[in-house]
Every structure is written in structure tokens, then in C-alpha cells.
Design a protein around this ligand. Structure first.
Ligand code: NAP
Length: 368
């Protein structure tokens, strides 16, 4: 054990230099504002006194980053707390900032209407009047505003382009795959790393062990933002390097949600018409949801494999079922659009000769 220049104890063995060929850290990771990161690394060193942790700690303290460390040490570096700016103090942005503060991160915030930041400022966040200064203040910049149009307008503010250099932008505004790709190119063009994300939870559900957040973008951006992302939820799914993947998966899962939701509403109309208790119908849906999820997981595997041989549910069963439900709607005089859509697609699958394949074969009709 020896004492470093800064007086902090380290477990660097004699002969292992803590000064090295490391390159300067990115903006925001200098010794002054990396205190929380240093504390996290000290904890890692205490838990596992390996020389590479100690060396990593020394580099962090000096404001340098050494690319020669192994995966474990790089993970420790990634998990070190990051100075973070949150742009957008709507319902979601406020929650993200509050979670970061609770987790011990140094947080700066900006919002078009500064008053919305009052609560998180009371909890310890630094409010900036100027968005460029807010971006310049941190290593990681989380953006969560109404839509991409608003995000683009904010990024067009004076000084932002220069302030972005060296930052990692985590963009959690909901948008389309194309908007994500355009933003990725623009942000990277200004010297910053970019990670696009889609939050699949309400504000009060954020920060839980299973809270789902989809992200995609450069691996380096993901590594840089991981310590921040993990504060937002334990269900972080990194989908790959293409920035559009997170919003594409968001669209895909939302398509399922909206399809099921409309089916649920049609079921409610059947219940009303046939004299059933609609609340009871809702609780039965709740009961069958997990096994239905398992069935869809299987259908996903079938589509992925390209082998549509019947394993669970023959398509012909769905042809008959959707025909009966649509006919019931027509006979009862209730709105028939939802079951007629299903009836049409399954009939087209039958006409295409897929009746004796797995139900998932209807996707072949949808491929056109
Ligand atoms: N809330 C949810 O349950 C939820 C769940 C998943 C994903 N999301 C996504 O998270 C994002 C934010 O949602 P939210 O619930 O926080 O929305 P919100 O409460 O309506 O807040 C909207 C934010 O956008 C800002 N904004 C709107 N128009 C603006 C403009 N013209 N210029 C500058 N700023 C503008 C607002 O600033 P002001 O305060 O100045 O108006 C506010 O910070 C959305 O993309 C949403 O789809 C939300």
C-alpha cells in the first residue's frame, strides 16, 4: 500500500506505475469534477484490490483514461458516476433528474420554462439558463423533450454545436427510426457520442429493477452512458450499433400493444352486448396475459427460424375463429373493424395456402 500524490490510499503494488501513457480524459472528467467517479472506483478497489483497478483509479484521479485495461476494469470505469445534464423538465425528464440525484450523480438541468425545474433544483440539481452551458457542464447529456422537432430546435440554439464536442448524448425523446438516424449523424458530426433510446415505462415506474429502456448506438456511447442508464432502470436492452434500432423496437412493441389494446376494446363491446361484467373480462385478460406472452414468444421464434411447420397453433384454427368473431360483430350490430381486419388477414393466409402451417405464417401475407 502506498500513498498517491493526492494523498489517497491506493493498493498499487510497488513497481506498478500509476502515471502512464494515458490520454487526457474527455471534457467533464477532470480531477475536479470526477470526485464521485473516484469514490466509485475506490469502492471497487477496496472490494477487489487488483492492480488494474488501482491504476484505473489513479488515471481517473489524474483526469486521464487508459485504454489498456481489461474488461473488468473498463466496466468499473463505465460504472463510475458521471456528471450528467438533463435537458427537458417535463414529467419524464424531472423523474430522470431526481433519480440521478438520488443515486449521487452531479446533475445539471435545463428547460424552456425554468420554473419546472424548481423541485429538482431543491434536491441539488444545478439549473442553467443557457442550454449550451448546460450541455458543456457534463460528460453525459440526457435529452427528454416532447418530440424530435423540439430536440432539433434546442440543438440549434447558439453555442450548442461547440458545447457538444466530447459529450455523450443519450436521447430518450420518443421518435421514429429515421429521426434517430438523422440525429445520430448530426450529433456525431459535432464530435459527440450518440445513444438513442426509448423508454417503455411511465415516470413513476422509472428506476425499478425491471424498468425497460431500449437503447442503440455506438458501443462506445453505450459504455460511456451505462452508469447513467442503470439509474433509469434495471431492464436496459442494448440493441446494437445502429441508432435506429431502439425506436424500431419501440414501434414493434407498441404495434403489439395497440393491436392487443384494440382487440381488448372490441372484447369489451362483446361483453357489454352479451351481458357480461366488463371488469371481470379485464381480470380474465390479466390472468391469461403471461401465457399469451409465452405463445407470442414462440411465434417470434418460428418467424425468426423460417420454419412454419405446426408446433403449437395451426393457422386454420385462427381462420375459423376470426371468421366467427367478425360474423358475431356483424350480426350483433357492434363495430366490426377490428375483427374484420383479423378475418381479412387470416383469409388471405388461407388463400395463399398456409392453413396447415403454424399461425405465425400469416406474417408471410403481411410481407407482401
Ligand atoms: N410520460 C411518459 O409516460 C413517457 C413514457 C415513455 C416515454 N416518454 C417520452 O418522453 C418524452 C417527454 O415526455 P414527458 O412526459 O416528459 O412530456 P411533457 O411532460 O409533456 O414534457 C415535455 C417537455 O418538452 C418540452 N417542450 C415542449 N415543447 C417545447 C418547445 N417548443 N421548446 C422547448 N421545449 C419544449 C417541455 O418544456 P416546457 O416545460 O417548457 O413546456 C417539457 O420539458 C416524450 O418524447 C415522451 O414520448 C414519456
Amino acid at each position: 500500500m502506498r500513498r498517491s500524490a493526492s494523498g489517497l490510499s491506493s493498493t498499487v503494488p510497488p513497481g506498478v506505475s500509476t502515471r502512464s501513457t494515458c490520454r487526457p480524459a474527455r471534457p467533464g472528467t477532470t480531477a475536479n469534477n470526477a470526485d464521485s467517479s473516484i469514490r466509485a472506483l475506490q469502492t471497487a478497489v477496496r472490494a477487489r484490490p487488483a492492480p488494474r483497478f488501482s491504476r484505473l483509479l489513479a488515471c481517473r484521479r489524474e483526469g486521464t483514461f487508459c485504454p489498456r485495461f481489461g474488461a473488468t476494469a473498463r466496466k468499473a470505469f463505465a460504472m463510475a458516476k458521471k456528471t450528467t445534464t438533463v435537458i427537458g423538465m417535463g414529467m419524464m425528464g424531472k423523474k430522470l433528474a431526481a433519480l440521478l440525484l438520488q443515486a449521487g450523480h452531479a446533475v445539471s438541468v435545463w428547460n424552456r420554462s425554468p420554473a419546472a425545474a424548481a423541485k429538482v433544483v431543491g434536491q441539488g440539481a444545478t439549473l442553467h439558463q443557457d442550454v449550451a452551458r448546460a450541455i458543456a457542464a457534463s460528460e453525459v447529456v440526457v435529452v427528454c423533450v416532447k418530440d424530435y422537432e423540439v430536440a432539433n430546435a434546442i440543438f440549434s440554439s447558439p453555442g450548442v454545436e461547440a458545447a457538444l464536442k466530447g459529450r455523450t448524448v443519450v436521447h430518450l425523446t420518443t421518435g421514429s427510426p429515421k429521426e434517430a438516424l438523422d440525429m445520430d449523424a448530426w450529433v456525431r458530426g459535432h464530435g459527440a457520442l450518440y445513444l438513442d433510446g426509448a423508454i417503455q415505462a411511465a415516470p413513476e415506474q422509472m428506476g425499478a429493477p425491471t424498468t425497460p429502456v431500449l437503447v442503440s448506438g455506438a458501443q462506445q456511447a453505450y459504455d460511456s452512458a451505462l452508469a447513467v442508464l442503470q439509474v433509469f432502470g434495471g431492464g436496459i436492452a442494448y440493441l446494437g450499433e445502429r441508432a435506429s434500432l431502439a425506436s424500431a423496437m419501440d414501434f414493434a412493441t407498441l404495434s403489439y400493444v395497440y393491436g392487443a389494446t384494440l382487440g381488448f376494446f372490441h372484447g369489451a363491446r362483446i361483453a357489454e352486448t352479451e351481458g357480461l361484467n366488463v371488469a371481470h373480462y379485464g381480470s380474465i385478460i390479466h390472468q391469461i396475459a403471461p401465457s399469451f406472452g409465452e405463445f407470442l414468444q414462440h411465434e417470434g421464434q418460428v418467424i425468426h427460424s423460417g420454419d412454419f411447420a405446426i408446433t403449437q397453433s395451426p393457422l386454420r384454427i385462427s381462420i375459423d375463429a376470426t371468421r366467427r368473431i367478425a360474423q358475431h360483430a356483424r350480426d350483433s350490430g357492434i363495430h366490426a373493424a377490428v375483427p374484420e381486419l383479423a378475418e381479412t388477414l387470416f383469409r388471405q393466409a388461407e388463400e395463399a395456402g398456409y392453413a396447415d402451417e403454424e399461425a405465425a405464417a400469416v406474417v408471410k401475407v403481411m410481407r407482401g
